[in-house]
Ligand binder design. Structure first.
Ligand code: SF4
Length: 63
C-alpha cells in the first residue's frame, strides 16, 4: 500500500503529522513531506486515519 499526497490541496494543517510523525512532516513552506510512501499492511489503520482526518482531503491510499 502506498500513501500519497496531493500537494496542491495540502494546506499544512499537520493533522497527519500528529497521527504519524514518523511518516508525515510539515515543512516550513506549509506542505507535507512523506517519509516512506510504501507502507506495510500493518500500518493501514494508522494511514487510513490520516487520510480520513486530513481536513483538505489531500491524502489517499493506493493499493
Ligand atoms: S493533514 Fe492534510 S492538509 Fe494537513 S499537512 Fe497533512 S496532508 Fe496536508
Amino acid at each position: 500500500m502506498r500513501v500519497e499526497v496531493d500537494i496542491t490541496k495540502c494546506t499544512g494543517h499537520g493533522i497527519c503529522e500528529s497521527i504519524a510523525e514518523d511518516v508525515f512532516e510539515v515543512q516550513d513552506d506549509g506542505t507535507v513531506t512523506i517519509h516512506g510512501n510504501d507502507r506495510p499492511e500493518s500500518d493501514r489503520d494508522r494511514m487510513q486515519q490520516a487520510v480520513t482526518q486530513c481536513p483538505a482531503a489531500a491524502l489517499r491510499l493506493v493499493d
